[in-house]
Design a protein around this ligand. Structure first.
Ligand code: NI
Length: 148
């Protein structure tokens, strides 16, 4: 081992970091497109054309430079508060199709739910730091959306 690095070199200030936090929420929905008739919806969405629920898991990743004073990019509790406002309050224990205005005209697929979550977060997070929304509909299926 060489000698210890100078103190100033120990800081990660200015380095880009990503920070992620996961929350879970329960919501009900029914997949049905207003552009299709009943038979077409049944054929396309199968059993998902019936009302059912999911325990969703969502991981939000923000990205930015480490603040040299705090040693953090963003306090994890701050990210938790943003996720509470953008995800938990509008979605947890809700019927997506009936309780969330966005889904009055948009099919409540996991893809569209990821876009809804991204849009909500983008409105309240500091500009440019939102990097990724990873949304699990089940243990086996997930969607990744990066705002593209
Ligand atoms: Ni479903």
């Amino acid at each position: 081992m060489q000698g210890m690095a100078p103190v100033g070199k120990l800081t990660a200030a200015g380095k880009m970091m990503s920070l992620s936090r996961t929350e879970t929420f329960a919501a009900a929905h029914r997949l049905s497109s207003k552009s299709l008739n009943d038979a077409e919806n049944k054929k396309l969405f199968g059993k998902c054309n019936h009302s059912h629920g999911h325990n969703y898991k969502v991981t939000v990743t923000v990205r930015g430079e480490i603040n040299p004073i705090s040693g953090m990019f963003m306090n994890i509790y701050t990210l938790q508060k943003y996720m509470q406002e953008a995800i938990m309050e509008p979605l947890d224990h809700k019927n997506l199709d009936q309780d969330v205005e966005f889904f009055a005209s948009v099919v409540s697929t996991t893809e569209n739910l990821a876009v809804y979550i991204w849009n909500n977060l983008e409105k309240i997070l500091p500009s440019g730091c939102l990097y990724k929304v990873k949304l699990y509909e089940s243990d086996k299926n997930f969607i990744v959306y990066k705002g593209e």
